[in-house]
Design a protein around this ligand. Sequence first.
Ligand SMILES: [Zn+2]
Length: 347
Amino acid sequence: MRKLKALFLLPVLGMLACSEDPISEIDVTTPNSTTEVFNQNLTEKAYPKQLGTTSQVYFAGQKLPVEEIKGSYVYQGDIILPKDMTNIQPKKLVYQEGETPQKSTGRTSGLWTDNTIYFQVDSDLSNQERVYDAIKHWESNTSLDFVERSGESDYIYFTSGAGCASYIGKIGGRQEITLASGCSTGNTIHEIGHAVGLWHEQSRVDRDRHVNILYENIESGREHNFETYEEMGYDGEEFTTDLDFNSIMMYSSYSFSKNGQPTIVRNNGSAYSVQRNKLSSGDVKGIESMYPSSSAGTEKPTEETYLNGEYYTVSGLTVLRYNDSWYYGSRFGWRKVKLVDSNWYWV
Ligand SMILES: [Zn+2]
């Protein structure tokens, strides 16, 4: 699992669903396995029936391929990027001392405060039990509290939509989680995972050590759904040492397949099953790291947590930690930079 660093923020993950009801099941021949049930379409999508216009926007300082559908930028199928946090032009990455930063396009404040998430359910939403059941699951497995909104300005609004979709982390104001009638409790758990700051498990930086992406089987125009967050310029960290195939944020082997053949396989070439029944132990561990239950763990990470000699992507910039300082390798060579309020400045 991957999460935002508290200071700058992060990526990924998590949710869960009820076992019985993936958003839709595709009848595809299961490759040579008699023991495993392959979940071929446990991939949440904001607009399952539409292929949007692919365009490039800048988010967190990096160029990001997105699909534009119905006025929204859709990333990795079910993640909506707020338009006011994206730019058509590249955002300046490093500022001069005294220069006023542009509005941030990164996830600089995506965590909910005090482990409390306010929400409201659209009275017209069908099958509202899935929302309450998903929330109950989150509350019984994490330190997060979900409180029905009474005037709070930042909250999740559960409403109907073409598919299952969410923003990543708290974006401020009312943010929707859309649920089509086919979205199960498990899918809802997954979407809540996005809303609290989780990205998809297969986008881990180290995922190539665990899976192979079979681009030849991916629907044309959907390849961008398989990039890692590092490639996208997100910062974050992995909570578990290995890719968690059991994460509720893990795509299935057949996500975005154009031909019924797998798009993601284990390194040994085999397909795998995923689940949308519950948060995995890795999901729970990641959430605990992002939202510690005890006050002892609430301290935000400090720069001392960075290792000298390692590269990190922080606030959209890939920087080298060296001698307890940050360096950015521009075309003019290495220059020292510093991070102030999630913006980079030349030193
Ligand atoms: Zn998702």
